[in-house]
Structures are given as structure tokens and as C-alpha cells.
Design a protein around this ligand. Structure first.
Ligand SMILES: *Cc1c(COP(=O)(O)O)cnc(C)c1O
Length: 363
């Protein structure tokens, strides 16, 4: 592979690693991070791996005022035979650039980003936890750093990658979650930033999430922002329904985030000859399918949980229990297969898994 010229400064003070059985999501970070700067005269430059440390930016930096920023999320897994594996990481870098385009952030070199990511993981290889269900969560992100209050696309940015060991999402086994259908707040509308992974979408989702939690639900099901009728996503996951033997998921309509897990599930279902369609689906149709005895399974998909079965949906004072509140057979099979592929335990028919090869020079 080409040498992309990433300078490396190793830490002289390695941190103590946390107990892998008591990891809290995103609290502890590894010894190193990746940083690259952008200025309109130099473009992206000065790619470097440094000890994980605070950064200095001006209070007037545009990120703090106008939220011009994007991020990604993916995981590195430790396989049974001692390899470190990534799952479709090139898709994350592609999506980062799609988000960049929407937020007027200059495109990054995807190949360089991927190489930087592998180099960083290699340096912090000891941080990839080995206990069952654990992984190293990787967070690439870009912020606008130009110190100006004028509203315009910034002339300066920082691209960073930080990493955090994370515990098993399903320590106590997979349990279906209770979901409240959101009638008041919306996450995104077509033409907005819903299909970009950008901070503002998350900031605007907090209120609905807070209200739902107070009422005992773990997440909200988002409806479209215009008619409050068509299903979009669940929390920060994509959503699938199995109705009378057919799997349906909302089509990518401009406000839905195109999940890599979503895409992988669709590929797997097609591979298994399970009928799967992407189309506009109304919440009415789902409640009707339930009444007709045809709603078989509901599940969310995303990097964090992979598959999150939905056991209960609440909408307009009506409560429906999906599959007796139990994890469905197809949900379970998808979970086992996808996590099996990610861990290198199952055959990988689509060539999704990328090994982070060990380099000796950092030993
Ligand atoms: C990241 C994200 C997803 C899931 O994407 P994956 O690539 O599967 O992790 C779904 N919805 C939203 C809003 C997201 O931000």
C-alpha cells in the first residue's frame, strides 16, 4: 500500500486499561489518536498520530456556534484466532464524505483515512478488548475550527479519530425493547440533514428521547416530519418489520440515515432468499398488520447493538406487543450471522471483513 505519510508520536506514558467486564460506553479512550488539519490554502495536511490529549481551539471556533461537524462510528473486533477485524470500514469513510458534502466540509482522502485508522488501531492494538461481546469503538469526526462568527462554510477544520473499548451491548442476553411512536417531535425532514451523520440531528433528538424515557420507553420511533404518518427510524437505528413472511424497511427518502448495518441486513436477506423490500411504510399499516395477526417481528439495526428487537410499540394510546414480547427467529438469526461474520467465526460471502494486519515496527 502507498505510504501516505502519517507522522507518529508515541506516548511515553501508557494508561492503565479498564476492566473489560465493567466498561461504560465511550468513557475511556486509548493511548493515541489521529489528527489531520485543513486550511483553505493548504487543503488537508499534517496527518499525524499523537498521544490522546486535549486540543486547543478558540472559543470563536465555528463548531461551537453553528455546528458544522460530521462523525462516524464503527468497531474493531478481536477474533478467536487473535486477529483484529473491521467490518466494511470503507463504507464509513464513504459516508463520512457524503456527510461532508451536505455540511460543506471539504472531502477527505478515504484511502488515507482508512490507512490512518488501521495504523492507529495497530498502535493501540492492546486496547482491543478480548472478552466476548466487547469491541473497540472507533469514532472518526471532523469539526470546523475557523475562529469567526460569520455564517459561512469554515476555512479551517480538524479531522480526528479517537477510540474507546466498549462492553457487550447484550450482557444480560438480547431483550426486546419498548418503543414509543413520536407524534410531536421530528428527527429530520427530506432536504434537511437527516441523511448526514451530524451532531445537530442528535441534539434535536434528545428532547423526544427524554420524554419517552420518563414514560418507561427505551427509544422513540420517528415518523416523517411532514405528515407524521410514515416510519423513518427508531432512535438512532434503522428499522425493519417482518409482515406475513416479508421483511420491509423504509426506503431511503432523504431524511433517513443510510445505515451500513441496514445495508448488510438487506444483502443477507436477499442472499437467503427471504423477501425484503424498501418502501414507504405508514405507522397505520404496522398497527393494521398487527390486528390482522401478520406482524411477526420488528427490529432496529445499527453498529452499536447490531440488531435490537422491538417487543412493544405504543402509539396514540394503543399498545401492541410484537411476537409475544420475545426476540423473533429471524432477528436472532440475523444477529448471530452478522456478529459471526464480524468476529470471523462465520463465512463472509460478501467480503465485508477487513483484517488490521499487525506491523512489527511498533513493538
Ligand atoms: C449511525 C446511524 C444509524 C446506523 O448506522 P450504522 O452504519 O448501521 O451504524 C442509523 N440511524 C442514525 C440516525 C444514525 O446516526
Amino acid at each position: 500500500m502507498s505510504n501516505k505519510n502519517i507522522s507518529i508520536t508515541l506516548t511515553t506514558n501508557k494508561k492503565q486499561k479498564p476492566d473489560v467486564n465493567n466498561l461504560v460506553f465511550g468513557k475511556v479512550f486509548t493511548d493515541h489518536m489521529f489528527v489531520m488539519d485543513y486550511s483553505s490554502d493548504k487543503g488537508w495536511h499534517d496527518a499525524r498520530i499523537t498521544p490522546y490529549q486535549p486540543i486547543t481551539i478558540e472559543p470563536s471556533a465555528m463548531i461551537f456556534h453553528y455546528g458544522q461537524t460530521v462523525f462516524e462510528g464503527l468497531k474493531a473486533y478481536f477474533s478467536e484466532d487473535g486477529k483484529v477485524l473491521l467490518f466494511r470500514p470503507e463504507k464509513n469513510m464513504q459516508r463520512l464524505n457524503q456527510s461532508n458534502d451536505r455540511l460543506c466540509i471539504p472531502a477527505i482522502d478515504e484511502e488515507l483515512a482508512l490507512e490512518a485508522l488501521k495504523e492507529l488501531i495497530n498502535i493501540d492494538r492492546e486496547w482491543v478488548p478480548q472478552a466476548e461481546g466487547t469491541s473497540l469503538y472507533v469514532r472518526p469526526f471532523i469539526i470546523s475550527t475557523e475562529p469567526t462568527l460569520g455564517v459561512h462554510p469554515a476555512n479551517n477544520y480538524k479531522f480526528m479519530i479517537i477510540m474507546s473499548p466498549v462492553g457487550s451491548y447484550y450482557k444480560e442476553g438480547i431483550h426486546p425493547v419498548k418503543i414509543a411512536v413520536e407524534n410531536k417531535y421530528v428527527r429530520a425532514v427530506a432536504g434537511g440533514t437527516g441523511q448526514a451523520k451530524t451532531a445537530g440531528n442528535y441534539a434535536s433528538s434528545l428532547k423526544a428521547q427524554e420524554v419517552a424515557e420518563e414514560k418507561g420507553y427505551s427509544q422513540v420511533l420517528w415518523l416523517d416530519g411532514v405528515e407524521r404518518k410514515y416510519i423513518e427510524e427508531v432512535g438512532s437505528m434503522n428499522i425493519f418489520f417482518k409482515i406475513n413472511g416479508e421483511v420491509v424497511t423504509p426506503e431511503l427518502n432523504g431524511s433517513i440515515l443510510a445505515g451500513i448495518t441496514r445495508d448488510s441486513i438487506i444483502h443477507l436477506l436477499k442472499h437467503w432468499n427471504v423477501p425484503v423490500v424498501e418502501k414507504r411504510i405508514s405507522i397505520d399499516e404496522i398497527f393494521q398488520a398487527y390486528k390482522d395477526g401478520q406482524l411477526e417481528e420488528v427490529f432496529g439495526t445499527g453498529t452499536a447493538a447490531v440488531i435490537s428487537p422491538v417487543g412493544e410499540l405504543f402509539w396514540n394510546n394503543e399498545r401492541i406487543i410484537v411476537n409475544g414480547g420475545q426476540t423473533g427467529e429471524l432477528s436472532m438469526k440475523l444477529y448471530n450471522t452478522l456478529t459471526g461474520i464480524q468476529l470471523g467465526k462465520e463465512s463472509d460471502p460478501f467480503g465485508w471483513v477487513v483484517e488490521v494486519e499487525q506491523k512489527v515496527e511498533h513493538k
